[in-house]
Design a protein around this ligand. Structure first.
Ligand SMILES: Cc1ncc(COP(=O)(O)O)c(C=O)c1O
Length: 441
């Protein structure tokens, strides 16, 4: 009897309610990673095509999350699907020895990444930044890494220091972002405020002889580097025997085909890639100077300086084939002009809607990265982000989700190469309604 009632109740539920009941029992917080959404906007997606996604109840969304930036060609781009399908049929995975596609992609990456004399494969962006730090330590014989407050370089223990601090200051001491982190991670990671060369110089003057590398995002979340900032870091690094690592996991092949290095005209010693490199699959890389990357040459295993690198999925041929297809599409004329123009129009016209409704926010963008922030002017560092009205930001973003836009509340978002005029029109209509609801509450 009770069983029949439970069955009848389940039949009345939507597909997403049914799946969330399962997710609630099987997954922590019924979520993925560190994202959990309020119950009334929890979504379970089933598929995507181009710039749109659908949930399991058939609702359609314009996708501005874009697989956290990996899907620069939108969902299921025919060239990427074809390349991945053909490669799965040839062999989904090969370990230990090279495969032909991984070699072809390596040649392409060395040719197209400005700082790349060589590349080394990894699997995720986090793995790439962890290896870059290890290589920098091995190369310089120094232990400490300087990172910036509020910068995200992935999920490993050396990356999650002062990434989400609730208070700024007390430089260069970092704050552990997670329980379970060894104390060694906070004592070897030094923290500076973003876009502040004077503060970096001060820390380097004091600790330079222990600093192996400065790692930096060229656009820190949504904060653009000041034009002179990256060049200034290059100079400080050169003067103090410190390596400059630009984390291009987001900006690589996105700000421009040459990534942040071309956009800002700066030459790092190492750069880390993921997301677009990987095409949404398990592949990332470290690119840069051959004399540094050669430290992981397996022929030197057991010798002085050899730096350990290994991973089951390194050079995965399906992700490599998909990435090659993606790079072919991205290098077609007009791709970046379209993306950047769409982001310009989107932000200019969104700003007009916000202003019309007297919503005190700015539509902030660099290239195809954008976000609506509740502040008056472009942020310069993490302190500016903390000083902004984040509750209001999340409230508006939540309304946008209810209006058919996939944005994660409070998180930076992406334009893709396949966004259309209709997307723009629907986005602005959704924003108009969201602002009206926002002002009523
Ligand atoms: C700048 C940056 N670096 C590293 C990472 C980590 O990449 P992954 O999530 O693939 O490990 C991310 C992920 O968002 C990122 O934005």
């Amino acid at each position: 009897m009770a069983q029949n009632q439970a069955k009848a109740e389940r039949a009345l539920q939507s597909n997403s309610q049914r799946l969330f009941e399962i997710a609630d029992t099987a997954l922590p917080g019924a979520g993925l990673g560190s994202y959990s959404l309020a119950r009334d906007i929890r979504l379970i997606y089933s598929h995507g095509k181009g710039s749109r996604m659908w949930d399991v109840d058939g609702n359609e969304y314009i996708d501005y999350v874009g697989g956290a930036g990996a899907l620069i060609l939108g969902h299921s781009h025919p060239a990427v699907v074809k390349a991945a399908q053909e490669q799965i049929a040839r062999g989904a995975h090969m370990f230990g020895s090279l495969n032909d596609v991984a070699v072809t992609l390596a040649e392409r990456l060395v040719q197209d990444i400005p700082c790349a004399e060589k590349i080394a494969y990894a699997t995720t962006g986090s793995e790439a930044t962890a290896y870059a730090m290890r290589l920098a330590r091995a190369y310089t014989g120094k232990e400490k890494i300087l990172k910036f407050e509020g910068a995200y370089h992935g999920n490993h223990d050396y990356a999650i220091v002062s990434t989400f601090p609730k208070q700024t200051g007390d430089y260069p001491h970092g704050i552990a972002d997670s329980f379970g982190q060894p104390a060694a991670t906070t004592s070897t990671i030094l923290i500076a405020p973003y876009n502040d060369l004077e503060a970096v110089e001060k820390i380097v003057n004091e600790h330079g002889r222990d600093i192996a590398a400065i790692i930096v995002e060229a656009v820190q979340r949504i904060i653009p580097a000041r034009p002179e900032f990256l060049q200034g870091l290059r100079k400080i690094c050169d003067q103090n025997d410190i390596l400059l690592v630009i984390d291009e996991v987001v900006t690589g092949f996105r700000l421009s085909y040459g990534g942040a290095q071309t956009w800002y005209d700066v030459n790092p010693d190492l750069a880390t890639y993921g997301k677009v490199v990987g095409a949404g699959g398990p592949l990332s890389c470290i690119a840069g100077r051959a004399d540094i990357i050669d430290l992981c040459d397996p022929n030197y295993k057991g010798q002085d300086g050899y730096t350990y690198f290994n991973g089951t999925l390194h050079g995965n041929p399906v992700a490599a084939a998909a990435t090659l297809a993606m790079l072919n599409e991205l290098s077609k004329p007009g791709t970046y002009d379209h993306m950047n123009q769409y982001a310009d129009d989107l932000c200019n016209e969104s700003q007009a809607v916000l202003d019309r409704h007297s919503v005190p926010a700015i539509a902030q963008k660099t290239g195809s990265l954008w976000q609506i922030l509740f502040m008056e002017k472009t942020p310069v560092n993490h302190a500016d982000i903390l000083a902004s009205d984040q509750v209001a930001m999340r409230r508006l973003d939540t309304e946008l989700m209810k209006q058919g836009q996939y944005v994660l509340p409070g998180v930076r978002r992406f334009v893709s190469a396949v966004n259309t005029d209709k997307d723009l029109e629907d986005t602005l209509k959704g924003l108009d309604t969201a602002c009206r609801v926002f002002n009523k509450k």
